[in-house]
Design a protein around this ligand. Structure first.
Ligand code: SF4
Ligand code: FES
Length: 355
């Protein structure tokens, strides 16, 4: 068994923004149930001990934790490369300085739209864009590398060329253009977020042209929406293969959305070591490799390339986490995606909120 390369540490579900595309579960974890600083430090030590190289500090909004500097320090002390995934609205120059001194290696800053009104409508927070622009400046001034993360969907895809301009203006070295993936709140708001085929094709054209024009200045990553695909994504590089996540309350998960699958019981860091969770738990072993696969994945030439797609999407769309991901054209459920696209077009959405 190979070690996990990366740990997603979901430090908290608290967040000043309320994005309707959030992949957090609809039932959010309250602050009182979150792991303590010391528990996170132990998680980082155990992650490094089993071979993990990097930690993505995420949420919710990780800087909503008052102990975020101590948490970064603990991850750095464990020898992990530290990436802060943030909305940026709680960052100031002093906090950035303390985070850098504690060992922060990289910042990934989200942006919801190109113009402030659109960004504030999607994020559900007044004044957010101005704060994000300041946060980008603080990151640059601290000498930290900056990636801008633009989650794109039906409501903001027309802004994509201007989002590329923002990445340049804010000094990002990398822009991640990520189409929404439909888990948690995003699945609930799918009708408002799913792009049309024409929108997707135009976005792909914009990304290809920008990559060419900005070669050497800006790296652009592109995550496409598999609702329009004929083959699924190799989600997480395969279940229990390269990645693990720890939820705010300490559940150890093969992916950030795994708790949406009924019937799986996940180990918790409060009573299991990370090594035991990774190597021995029933939840991690349930969809490892290819032995669990039914037809048409079983024996398919792509089985060790896409690992049958995404277990969470298979469960969300078919009620069976072991089914072939409906994003695959060979799935008997592939028609569900065309139906969802045909039904999409809602103009309103529900903001993420504690229930
Ligand atoms: Fe991948 Fe399964 Fe589709 Fe084959 S049948 S391409 S393994 S999802
Ligand atoms: Fe859970 Fe794809 S998001 S397996």
């Amino acid at each position: 068994m190979k070690p996990p390369l990366a740990l997603l540490a979901e430090l908290t579900h608290r967040c000043p923004l309320r994005c309707p595309y959030c992949s957090n579960p609809v039932a959010l974890t309250r602050g009182s149930a979150e792991l303590t600083t010391q528990e996170w430090a132990r998680v980082f030590d155990e992650a490094a001990a089993i071979g993990c190289l990097q930690v993505h500090l995420s949420g919710g909004e990780p800087t909503a934790r008052r102990d975020i500097v101590e948490i970064v320090g603990a991850a750095h002390a464990a020898g992990l490369y530290t990436n802060l995934i943030t909305a940026g609205v709680l960052l100031d120059a002093a906090l950035l300085g303390r985070l850098k001194a504690a060992g922060l290696d990289h910042v990934q800053l989200s942006v919801q739209d190109a113009d402030p009104a659109g960004a504030e409508r999607i994020g559900g927070m007044k004044g957010a864009q101005e704060r994000k622009e300041s946060a980008a400046r603080f990151v640059r001034e601290a000498g930290l590398p900056l990636t801008l993360n633009a989650v794109v969907h039906r409501q903001n895809l027309s802004s994509l060329p201007r989002l590329v301009d923002i990445a340049l203006a804010w000094g990002a070295a990398r822009l991640e253009v990520a189409h929404v993936q439909y888990y948690g709140w995003a699945l609930r708001n799918r009708d408002a977020l799913l792009p049309t085929r024409a929108q997707l094709d135009e976005a792909t054209r914009v990304v290809i042209a920008a990559r060419e024009a900005l070669r050497g200045r800006l790296v652009i990553d592109y995550v496409v929406p598999d609702y329009h695909a004929a083959r699924p994504k190799a989600c997480m590089g395969g279940w229990g293969s390269a990645f693990l996540a720890v939820s705010p309350s300490g559940n150890v998960l093969p992916c950030h959305a795994a708790e949406s699958i009924d019937g799986l019981v996940f180990p918790n860091v409060r009573d299991t070591s990370l090594r035991a969770a990774w190597e021995d738990s029933a939840a991690f072993n349930r969809f490892r490799g290819t032995d669990w696969m039914p037809a048409p994945c079983r024996g398919c030439a792509h089985a060790e390339r896409d690992w049958g797609g995404c277990r969470c999407q298979a469960f969300a769309l078919t009620g069976d986490a072991a089914a072939t991901d409906p994003a695959c054209a060979l799935s008997p459920h592939h028609g569900l995606l065309a139906e969802a696209i045909a039904e999409a077009g809602a103009t309103t959405f529900r903001y993420r909120e504690f229930g």
